[in-house]
Design a protein around this ligand. Sequence first.
Ligand code: TPP
Ligand code: MG
Length: 625
Amino acid sequence: MIMIYSIYHLSLIAKDYIHILQYLIVDIMSEYENMRTADIVAEALLDWKVDVIFGLPGDGINGFMEALRQRQNKIKFVLVRHEESAAFMACAYAKYTGKLGACVATSGPGAIHLLNGLYDAKADNTPVIAITGTTYSDLINSSYQQDVNLLQLYSDVAVYNDMISVPEQAEMAVDIACRTALAQRGVSHLTIPIDIQEKKLSGKFSRHNVAYHTSDVYVAETIPSRSIIQKAAEILNSGSRIVILVGQGAIGAGDEVLAIAERLNAPVVKALLGKSVIPDDNPYSLGGLGLLGTEPFSDAMGEADTLFMVGTSFPYVDYLPKPGQARGIQIDIKPEKIGLRYPVEIGLVGDSRLILSALLPLLNQKGNLEFLKSKQEAMKNWNRLLSEKSTRTDKPIKPQVIAKAVSDEIEDNAIISVDCGTNTSWAARYIDIRKGMKFSVSGTLSSMANGLPYAIAAQIAFPERQSIAFVGDAGLTMLMGEFATAVQYNLPIKVIVIKNNTLGMIRWEQMGFLGNPEFGVEFSPIDWVKFAEACGGKGYSIREPFEVRSKLHQGMKERKPTIIEAYIDPFEPPMPPKVEMSFVTNLAKSFSKGQPYSRRIGLTLFRNQVHTSLKNIHSHSVKGK
Ligand SMILES: Cc1ncc(C[n+]2csc(CCOP(=O)(O)OP(=O)(O)O)c2C)c(N)n1
Ligand SMILES: [Mg+2]
């Protein structure tokens, strides 16, 4: 008993000695000794290769700003005009580079402004770290100036959400935050009280903490066991009408996707976030799906006996094959996404490129080309229809004409950032992705206003490439101040505005989905040329059909940030690939309830119909000759 007692005590004493020893070692070794919390956070972010941080300071975060000022040759601070943009930029930076995105804002209002952009990152599974300030540690929750409970506010958006309350915690907190954001592909949030940002590390770690016990190592590549891949191969080998659906998670695996498509004679459908996975003119591509998609995709989904999803959780399940119709296989980096949208037999968790490479040798070359050929044929017809719509010479100009001209004008390595609205439909269908291009959008959150901040982030990440924002006028208005940011940083982005002075998409939703007359969708116009010039950039206006190509060409060649506004037909409907009867009856209902402009809308629809029919007659007769 006595012996046990004394051993216990000896061990305690030994532990104390180890602790004292640790303090000594820390004293000798500490790279952070006597450093302010703010500096430790900045150093730790650098260890995670954070090289750009987007934000806007305030007194709640000035201590951290000083840390950034002192490290401006290692970490670039980009000053925005609205914190929401900073979060969008961090998200886009991560999407376009594959790195961790970062943003910073002050306590209270600054942190609140970040949220929408952070939700964009959360919704699209994009790793971002947000650093915010919080009021003085001894005044938290006292209704002090800008005292907002940020931990509570960020609890829904963040996968890791913490307050740094002592300098000794700082490095560990950043390590966990960065690793969690990368591992869970989401948002990490660290908030630091004003006084704590200034507080220096004294090395007085708590009894059970050990300095530097966390690291900045991240292991990302994962691949399932061979037996599971084999099972997936068996299902694919037994399918005869296989459709491959790719999303954002397949970006960078385009060659592997195409190799599998060839082996299986399987057409490839692209969710919008995965538009850049394979080129639009590739014979295996059926373009997009959903409301913004193509008609052939819709037929392919209807006929598929096997659905192979790669890196996508495309939300509109009604556009997928009916449950039970097709055997499902899914690749996703996040296990919780497996089986989320479609019942799958096999879920392959891991890196899509690695898994596809492992899968390919296990797949037999299919002989039957019938399914693929029928869809390729349908795609030719679909492309003829798009070509007919994008070569019209009507005035007002059809938005499709603008999108197609942009597509033809952009460089081979362009990065295209698109906003939310009818502009998304035009970009999805008429801007053709070539190999090497990048493309993104606020996908799952479908927020307006992301286009301009995304394009800025893209240009910062890739100064040598062409960065295009294709946006609506309302979306652009929301964060238009960022055009001045582009001017300030000499970023020669090109912003193409679809100018209809309307919340275009909402007009059609109110009429076509609910059968109501439009309400609250029109706004007074902005002269985007004057605005661009007032900011110090360049502006072009396209009003006439004959000047579409020349003005675009001129605008794209500018070395300054440039806005090209295109006056388009505000009544051109963004039609789904297959028009449902309910859409037509709702439209009629909205007309009967007093929809304004019903005559013009009716006429536009009628003319579109006549135009297509005439073209069809014409092309048939030409074919017949
Ligand atoms: C932040 C935000 N607010 C509202 C919406 C709903 N919404 C979706 S599209 C749209 C209209 C967008 O108008 P505009 O940017 O002019 O594009 P257009 O449809 O005219 O091409 C609105 C209000 C949204 N998606 N995001
Ligand atoms: Mg608009």
